[in-house]
Write a protein that binds this ligand. Structure first.
Ligand code: NAD
Length: 466
């Protein structure tokens, strides 16, 4: 009878002997597997072949993935909406197009050269190998497009662990991108997933030794869990972005921007405005402007009815009722028995800074507005409401000093001045797009270079430019 230790040693030896054969084995022709280990093995094999195709071919493959994502943006958006019921097809289509067109590709990778009397040193970005990418239900397909393009541009293959509630649309996005990549010359599928995503499969992904990097996009619990895995983690966690409006702002424009940003995708984006602090001298004008821009104002009694409908009371405070995440404002009001006026984009209520609508990451089109004495109080309240996530915050002001003070105090990864929140990810604002905003681990707005490891190659005594 063999001991457990002997069995483990024999298995390790057999695996080691098989390694060269695995490396030379042809890339798999499927990207969906029953078992997470088989999925990761396939991703390892393809990645080894993929790095050998060269940079120019890699560029062509990424461009083909972009094109396929553009062509399929609407059908992917429809699939995501039908499966999750979050947000809207139009907004999801816009996000897919944005990810396809503005996610940096191979051009994002930069090599540095240092020359001097001693010779030449190159510092260059290399792939990690296989990346495990855990993706959220709130943004399933655009995250697959965005991470897929960025991670592949960096020379990796990816094993996705989509949220089980968005498994079909995520699989569809993976298939669309793989098909285009293979047609453009990829040695096999570059993106993988298990057929039935589950918590157990995600946990195996986080534990598997061949997965060298985890990119985790989701709530606090999953990001914290990944950070305990012992691997390098790019953690894209939750936010609760406040928006500040001071008395110097263009109030009508601020009102419109807040309604547009907070109602986009029914408020499920992590960057979206989730509570407003306005200096009281312009408070009423702001709320009236929000109503003119498509919001419905409700009073405090109605706000209480809404709270009892969309939030669930726990000992530790309130949690969101998932049945109302990303649903239309009219649906929320109707469900709470509040008369609906027309087709509101957003529900607005004037309240206090400790109201659960302010302190909870609601992920639904409900905007609490808190009147404050002055900009200093607004900044203090905003810092508190952001909960130290260092994620996103926004401000409307024409006073440069106020803008700078708020930006420094909030210290968020994204700070949008005088625009809707989505301007911060390149939608109607300058800069590239990402849907993986790494807040707790500090990489910030991720792009292809984030998914590389730095290597250094030194040639001594030659090519020194003399
Ligand atoms: P979620 O935390 O419920 O799920 C995220 C992912 O983690 C899913 O794939 C899910 O299957 C997985 N997961 C959750 N618990 C797990 C467990 N115990 N074991 C293994 N896997 C587990 O989040 P969600 O509701 O789908 O997405 C919304 C959240 O994501 C919000 O908090 C939002 O702010 C955040 N988010 C952040 C960013 C960012 O870039 N920072 C982007 C989008 C969403």
């Amino acid at each position: 009878m063999l001991s457990q230790e002997q069995i483990e040693r024999i298995v390790a030896d057999v695996v080691r002997q098989m390694q060269p054969q695995m490396e030379n084995a042809p890339a798999p022709d499927t990207c969906f597997f029953e078992d997470m280990d088989a999925c990761i093995d396939a991703a390892v094999r393809t990645q080894k072949a993929f790095v050998r195709v060269g940079m120019e071919k890699r560029r062509v493959i990424v461009e083909a993935m972009r094109k396929a994502a553009v062509e399929n943006a609407e059908s992917l958006a429809k699939a995501a909406f039908e499966e999750t019921k979050y947000g809207s097809v139009a907004h999801k289509t816009a996000k897919c197009l944005l990810a396809a067109q503005k996610t940096p590709g191979v051009e994002d990778l930069e090599t540095r050269a240092i020359t001097g009397d001693e010779g030449l040193t190159l510092i260059f970005p290399a792939p990690f190998g296989v990346i495990g990418s855990i993706t959220p239900s709130t943004n399933p397909v655009a995250t697959v497009i965005n991470n897929g393009i960025g991670m592949v541009a960096a020379g990796n293959t990816v094993v996705f662990a989509p949220h089980p509630a968005a498994k079909k649309c995520s699989a569809m996005a993976i298939e669309v991108l793989n098909k285009a990549a293979v047609a453009a010359g990829a040695p096999g599928p570059l993106l993988y997933a298990v057929k039935e995503p589950s918590v157990a499969a995600s946990q195996r992904l986080m534990a598997h030794p061949a997965v060298r990097l985890l990119a985790v996009t989701g709530g606090e619990a999953i990001v914290s869990m990944a950070m305990k895995s012992g691997k390098k983690v790019i953690g894209a966690g939750p936010g609760n972005p406040p928006v500040i409006v001071d008395e110097t702002a263009n109030i009508e424009r601020a009102a419109k921007d807040i309604v547009d940003g907070a109602s986009f995708e029914n408020n499920i984006p992590c960057i979206a405005e989730k509570e407003t602090f306005v200096v009281k001298s312009v408070g009423n004008a702001l709320v009236e402007g929000m109503v003119r821009s498509g919001a419905q104002l409700i009073d405090s009694a109605q706000a209480q009815k809404l709270l009892e409908t969309v939030l669930i009371k726990k000992d530790s405070g309130y949690v969101i009722n998932r049945a109302f995440v990303g649903r239309d404002a009219g649906y929320l009001l109707k469900s709470a028995g509040i008369p609906v006026q027309g087709e509101p984009k957003l529900v607005v209520t004037v309240t206090t800074k400790d109201h659960p609508f302010v302190t909870t990451e609601m992920l639904m089109p409900v905007m609490p507005v808190v009147f404050v004495e002055d900009v200093n109080e607004a900044i203090d309240c905003a810092v508190e409401a952001e909960h130290g996530n260092h994620h996103s915050a926004h401000m409307h002001s024409t006073n440069v000093e106020n803008l700078s003070r708020a930006s420094q105090a909030l210290d968020t990864t994204i700070f949008v001045k005088n625009g809707p929140s989505y301007a911060g990810i390149g939608f109607g604002g300058e800069g590239f797009t990402t849907f993986t905003i790494a807040t707790p681990t500090g990489e910030g707005l991720t792009s292809a270079r984030t998914f590389t490891r730095t290597r250094r190659c030194t040639l001594r005594g030659a090519l020194d430019m003399l």
